[in-house]
Design a protein around this ligand. Structure first.
Ligand code: ADP
Ligand code: MG
Length: 641
């Protein structure tokens, strides 16, 4: 039967490409025509409703017929087609046009849901600045527009960033994810002399790339890729009416036949067919999703996947990353302490440390460099920078191999953390500081202690989530004391310290297989696996880290996450709206069917009742656009008082 498909292609193409289907103009035109038909005297030569039948109805009938013949696929459209033809056959043009119009309106709204999600992605790509770190003569870097990079210039790419140009690696090694270009998300190792393509995502190392081809815009491919993933999401909003289509068709035909056999009245059975059409059922889900996504956008969320909110409504736990998510991600260096009697003073160790971190994308690394600059420290040029997600960095500075990272990293390197005791590790840890160990040539040399203030909205967000019945959990790569301190400040009762990225993911996995769906909220490279794995991933910190944003379903555009609880509440509200819509439209349909059999309704009044149902569904959904969570109302009332 597949072989029949090409036969119909010209016809379906014509209807689709001409924009007849789902076209706003034809919907408006049809609506006007129907209004005329309704108001016009009965003795018009041609009923204006024919305009609606042709503009809106024909594509449905053709589409349903083609699907049936080529794929044996019964869609809700089939019933609509039967009702259309039957209505026309008994001269009920108005009813036919009306049903066709509403079906097309549903299709249009559904299309807009997806378009909205796609626009979110486009905005995201626009917001992520297409910049490059141009390396100047003296090794300094300047941020420029990616387009302004010239051939043979050298750019630097930090971990978690997109490669802005096509070129050859001149320094450093890393692995890159070329899934944007190839669809394969396997990290591919790159070292000096290897080619990299623009748009691939740098994973672990800082590299320098000499531009060979410029002007080829990798971001377009990236956009295409993202949009494709949103399309996959679209498939998940299966039209409920289509899922039940076979039953609806069977039910409708039996009832119509029954009505005819019992009463002998053909008009009654056509009315049954008309009111059976699942118009409001078709509108119930997409209208609610469009409205909810619109609301989310107003509150600073970019919803990348159409069904992300639906999934969010079911979450039971919220897993937070610490650094950069619960905290501001702009820590202060409390102190750099060299182990007494070693070959470094506190000052000279600070220099080495700042050099080691000067290619780091991690909030801690950036903070160290910023604090060092402010203190006027001379920062040496690093070489062979490599980040180890969730652990630290490994760099060559002034010829020696320097490692900076947490206790786990030192243990994995075969070092004994006891050796750092004299640098006051314990005192720092007791204070809840983040402590990173510094080793030079595998020798314990000192520590750096940092504190990072909580975001202003963290406490309130955590409280609001508890109130919604979502349990927050803190997942951090930091040590247990720092985790405990942050959890206590934020009011989170459960935390997990010393997590590697894979531990975060494993935690999410274990909770979900225990039936507790998780929303993961994170900002960094180390959160990406968990963001991807979780039922819903939300990337925070503005559109900073490309890798995290890529892995997430939703991105928070502005700094902060004050609206997170609102988003969760909104998603639940959306599901409630959908359920109300579905229940209402099914009830209405059943009542209308009964009334049609009893001849209380004729095809025209039947179609009108039907129409009112659809309008009510749309109105109910649109309430979501301006919906505010009661909690945030209460809060603004508090502050007003
Ligand atoms: P979080 O999960 O809180 O965001 P990470 O998993 O990114 O933290 O990092 C875990 C720990 O690894 C940090 O607390 C820090 O001790 C260490 N670490 C990671 N990256 C760096 C770095 N660039 N410099 C120093 N220490 C680092
Ligand atoms: Mg983080």
């Amino acid at each position: 039967m597949e072989s029949l498909k090409p036969l119909f292609e010209p016809l379906t193409n014509l209807l689709d490409r001409g924009g007849v289907r789902k076209d706003v103009a034809s919907i408006i035109l049809s609506a006007i025509a129907l209004l005329c038909s309704f108001l016009a005297p009965d003795d018009m030569p041609i009923d204006p409703a024919w305009i609606a039948i042709i503009l809106c109805g024909l594509p449905i009938v053709v589409g349903a017929f083609v699907a049936l013949v080529t794929e044996f696929d019964v869609k809700a459209d089939l019933l609509v087609s039967i009702a259309l033809v039957a209505s026309i056959a008994i001269g009920q043009y108005f009813a036919a046009g009306e049903v066709a119009l509403i079906m097309q309106l549903g299709a249009l709204l559904e299309e807009r849901t997806v378009a909205r999600a796609q626009r979110g992605i486009e905005r995201l790509v626009e917001l992520t600045p297409r910049t490059a770190r141009l390396v100047l003569e003296g090794g300094e870097e300047r941020i420029v527009e990616a387009e302004d990079v010239e051939r043979l210039q050298v750019v630097r790419v930090l971990p978690g960033e997109y490669v802005p140009v096509d070129g050859i690696v001149t320094k450093g090694c890393t692995s890159v994810d070329e899934s944007v270009l190839t669809g394969e998300s396997m990290p591919i190792d790159k070292q000096e002399g290897d080619e990299v393509s623009s748009g691939s995502l740098n994973q672990f190392g800082t590299i320098e790339v000499r531009a060979l081809r410029v002007g080829e815009d990798g971001s377009i491919q990236r956009m295409a890729r993202l949009v494709q993933s949103a399309d996959a999401g679209k498939a998940k909003i299966v039209r409920l009416a289509d899922r039940w289509a076979t039953w609806i068709v069977v039910g409708a035909l039996t009832s119509a036949a029954g009505a005819y056999l019992i009463t002998g009245d053909i008009v009654r059975s056509v009315t049954v067919l008309v009111v059976f059409c699942p118009c409001s059922l078709v509108l119930a889900t997409p209208t609610a999703i469009v409205a909810a996504i619109g609301n989310a956008t107003k509150h600073g969320f970019l919803v990348k996947e159409g069904d992300a909110l639906e999934r969010l409504s079911g979450v039971k736990e919220a897993a937070f990353d610490k650094t950069g998510t619960l905290t501001k991600g702009t820590p202060e260096v409390l102190g750099v302490v060299a182990i007494p009697g070693g070959r470094f003073t506190d000052e000279s160790l600070y220099e080495v440390l700042a050099g080691a971190e000067s290619r780091s994308e991690h909030p801690l690394g950036k903070a160290i460099v910023a604090c060092a600059r402010r203190a006027g420290t001379i920062i040496p040029e690093p070489e062979e920078f490599r980040m180890i997600p969730g652990r630290g960095v490994e760099v060559r500075v002034s010829g020696s191999k320097v490692s900076v990272g947490n206790a786990r990293m030192m243990q994995e390197a075969g070092l004994v953390t006891e050796e750092w005791r004299d640098a006051g590790v314990e005192a720092f840890e007791q204070e809840g500081c983040t402590v990173s160990y510094i080793a030079v040539e595998r020798e314990a040399t000192g520590v750096v202690a940092l504190t990072d203030a909580l975001r202003d909205e963290s406490v309130e967000t955590v409280r609001a989530l508890y109130a919604l019945g979502v349990s927050p959990v803190l997942l951090t790569g930091d040590h247990v004391e720092a985790a405990r301190a942050a959890a206590r400040q934020a009011g989170i009762r459960t935390f997990l310290a010393s997590c590697r990225p894979e531990d975060k993911m494993a935690y999410v996995e274990s909770r979900e297989s225990a039936g507790r769906a998780v929303v993961m909220i994170g900002d960094g490279v180390n959160d990406a696996p968990a963001l991807r794995r979780a039922q819903v991933g939300i990337a925070v910190g503005g559109v900073g880290n490309d890798l995290a944003v890529e892995a997430a379903d939703i991105a928070i555009v502005e700094e902060g996450m004050g609206q997170l609880a609102h988003l969760v509440a909104l998603s639940r509200r959306m599901m409630r709206t959908i359920k109300v819509n579905l229940t209402f439209s099914m009830t209405l349909n059943f009542v209308a069917i009964a009334l049609a059999i009893l001849a209380v309704l004729n095809p025209v009044t039947g179609a009108l009742v039907h129409n009112c149902g659809s309008v009510l569904v749309i109105v109910n959904s649109s309430l979501l656009l301006r919906w505010k969570s009661p909690r945030s109302n209460a809060r603004s009332a508090d502050t007003a008082a």
